[in-house]
Ligand binder design. Structure first.
Ligand code: NAD
Length: 490
């Protein structure tokens, strides 16, 4: 099996470098609570270096002047190198993030796929010719913003970094990316793949540090032109304040409290299996997790029994041993989740199964948890838990189910379980969410646009729509004659 190094540097201006202040951050394996590596802790001075490098690369126009098909080929090269390193990446995702090796390998392959997908689109970002009559030629140029600052969360750092870096490079922006301090290791493989693929120096810079200093220094840096943030609503709000100071655009991919509605005609077993995958994948640490299920009152006990049986059947343990329910990222996160479960019980919800930490295991594990008797006013029904915790709510008529699903501040995902296409369309049209899954939670892919409504954010990542967030339209209007319908003089 591949081995991981025990010290990781930042990647700035095409070189692996220590932090200028010389400090390091210890990285813990959440499955064992053991320290597995150290990283160079980037702070403001390192951010300055990285932004200067990204600015110099952008100003040189090296990426912009390239024929777009050649920029695409660069991205294909990055994808090839990521694929070659897939086993090492899988191990990194397993050891610093808690995933299974198969889950880590999926991350590597998905990251590579983002680079091939956007590499293929690099030469298809086109402007328009706008007819203004014989005396003018008018056209638009999709123009890169400049230096894109990208901030990534700890749950799927590699995939999330890959989707943003690939879009930025395809459109000739340059990047400074801050990886998450809790699980940064896999994102460094993007830097390594860029290095091996011959990406120009300074085009991609990857560093890691704490949010309050490194992240804050990056998003408020006067040398950046664009922000892509994926993370919590609270951090997103503070970043939006920094962006407002300098009037720069942001893509905001924030949290969710997504609900699936089970209609009376649904295939209950299919809905239960899909719901279990929607909430227990990566221990529920998924922004698009299905954290609520809304069921007809008449089906409540049948559905809850099946869900509880499914939850109890999951093996709990380290991802490296191939368990079903893997750890949450940290002791603090485990405490927060257990605290929310205890508060839910005190508020009158019933933990049909789970609700506690697994203190018998050395890492940070939470039991697969299902709450019944949940009412829409409860915190457990409204706030993101970011753990393996499902709230089941009930309804009498379909309009009420839609109101319950739409009744939180979030609007990331929603789901519908039904055998009837008309019901699926009726519900999908009314659900306030960036994506609606019918009969399979997480249905979609790299090709499908992803993003939030309401407090889940704005802008879209993934799919062709994402590229629109990385270019701004410049219109060029040309008077070509002195009048007279374009007839050449002389
Ligand atoms: P977080 O907001 O705590 O941290 C996200 C990133 O922001 C980290 O890299 C962190 O270091 C950085 N950060 C923290 N404070 C900062 C500041 N003041 N300035 C700049 N950067 C700062 O989120 P998290 O706990 O890492 O991730 C979980 C959250 O992310 C959940 O709410 C989840 O729903 C959301 N998420 C959303 C998506 C999506 O695509 N919509 C995907 C994954 C996760």
């Amino acid at each position: 099996m591949a081995e991981l190094k025990n010290y990781w540097q930042n990647y700035i201006n095409g070189e692996w470098v220590d932090a200028l202040e010389g400090e390091r951050i210890e990285i813990e394996n959440p499955a064992t609570a053991q320290i597995i590596a150290e990283i160079a802790r980037a702070q403001k001075s390192d951010v300055d270096r990285a932004v200067v490098a990204a600015r110099a690369c952008f100003t040189s126009r090296e990426l912009y002047n390239m024929r777009p098909v050649n920029r695409g080929a660069l991205l294909f090269g990055i994808a090839r190198h990521l694929t070659e390193m897939a086993d090492e990446i899988a191990l990194a995702e397993c050891l610093d993030n808690g995933k299974t090796l198969a889950g880590g390998k999926n991350e590597a392959m998905a990251a590579a796929r983002y680079f091939t997908y956007y590499g293929g689109l690099a030469d298809k970002v086109e402007g328009r010719m706008i007819p203004l009559g014989a005396d003018y030629v008018d056209y638009t140029i999709p123009t890169p913003f400049g230096v894109s600052a990208q901030i990534v969360p700890w749950n799927f750092p590699l995939q999330i970094a890959a989707r943003s870096v690939a879009c930025a490079l395809a459109t000739a922006n340059t990047v400074v990316l801050k990886s998450p301090e809790l699980s940064p290791l896999s994102t460094y493989f993007i830097a390594e793949a860029c290095h091996r693929a011959g990406v120009p120096k300074g085009a991609v810079n990857i560093l890691s540090g704490y949010g309050h200093d490194c992240g804050a220094a990056l998003v408020s840096h006067p040398g950046i032109d664009h922000i892509v943030f994926t993370g919590s609503v609270a951090t997103g709000q503070s970043i939006l304040h920094a962006a407002a100071e300098r009037v720069i655009p942001c893509v905001m991919e924030l949290g969710g409290k997504s609900a699936g509605i089970l209609f009376r005609d649904a295939d209950v077993d299919q809905a239960v299996n899909s719901t279990a995958s929607g909430i227990f994948t990566h221990a529920g640490q998924v922004c698009s997790a299905q954290s609520r299920l809304i069921v007809p009152k008449a089906l409540q006990s049948q559905v809850i029994d099946k869900l509880a049986a499914k939850a109890k059947s999951l093996s709990v343990g380290p991802g490296i041993d191939g368990h079903d329910l893997t750890p949450v990222i940290s002791a603090a996160q485990a405490d927060k989740i257990e605290g929310m479960c205890l508060a839910a019980s005190q508020a009158g919800a019933e933990a049909v199964t789970g609700g506690r930490k697994r203190d018998d295991l050395p890492g940070h594990f939470i039991e697969a948890t299902i709450f019944s008797n949940v009412t829409p006013d409860m915190t457990i029904a409204r706030e993101e838990v970011f753990g393996p915790v499902l709230s089941v709510l009930t309804y009498d008529d379909p309009e009420e189910a839609i109101a319950l699903a739409n009744g939180t501040d979030y609007g990331l995902c929603a789901g519908v379980y039904t055998r009837d296409l008309a019901t699926a369309h009726w519900a999908a049209d009314r659900l306030i969410a960036g994506q609606v899954f019918v009969n399979e939670w997480f249905a979609g892919g790299i090709e499908t646009p992803f993003g939030g409504m309401k407090r889940s954010g704005y802008g879209r990542e993934k799919g062709q729509e994402a590229l629109l967030n990385y270019v701004q339209t410049k219109n060029v209007g040309i008077r070509i004659t002195g009048g007279g319908g374009g007839r050449p003089g002389g």
